[in-house]
Design a protein around this ligand. Structure first.
Ligand code: ZN
Ligand code: ZN
Length: 111
């Protein structure tokens, strides 16, 4: 019996890998969307319903006014211990970002 390895194997692998990459990208995006919703909830849990700057307190009825700020400006940096998060009310958050560097970041980030 003769076994012959076919050269087409490489090509199949190539196609497969390409398809997987697209799926992976979609999965990654979905995961990311979930994470972004999740970090807000987690940050509120960890740091409490209070603005870290003006100390204004919030409750279930108005907690949507409390936003999560990323201290290092990177909203993909979400350590589970909450060390990169700061809960800021909408006013303080705006103030924080209007100081400069993070103007663009606010546009596509948390509101
Ligand atoms: Zn505030
Ligand atoms: Zn922020």
């Amino acid at each position: 019996m003769r076994k012959k390895r076919l050269g087409s194997r490489k090509i199949e692998t190539g196609n497969l890998r390409k398809r997987q990459t697209v799926n992976e990208m979609v999965a990654e995006l979905k995961k990311l969307g979930r994470t972004e919703n999740d970090y807000r909830r987690r940050s509120l849990e960890i740091h409490g319903l209070i603005c870290a700057k003006c100390a204004r307190e919030f409750d279930e009825t108005n907690k949507h006014l409390l936003t999560v700020h990323h201290k290092d400006g990177n909203h993909h940096n979400n350590p589970p211990d909450g060390s990169n998060w700061e809960n800021l009310c909408a006013y303080c958050h705006e103030d924080e970002h209007s100081r400069g560097q993070l103007g663009d970041y606010l546009k596509d980030d948390h509101r």
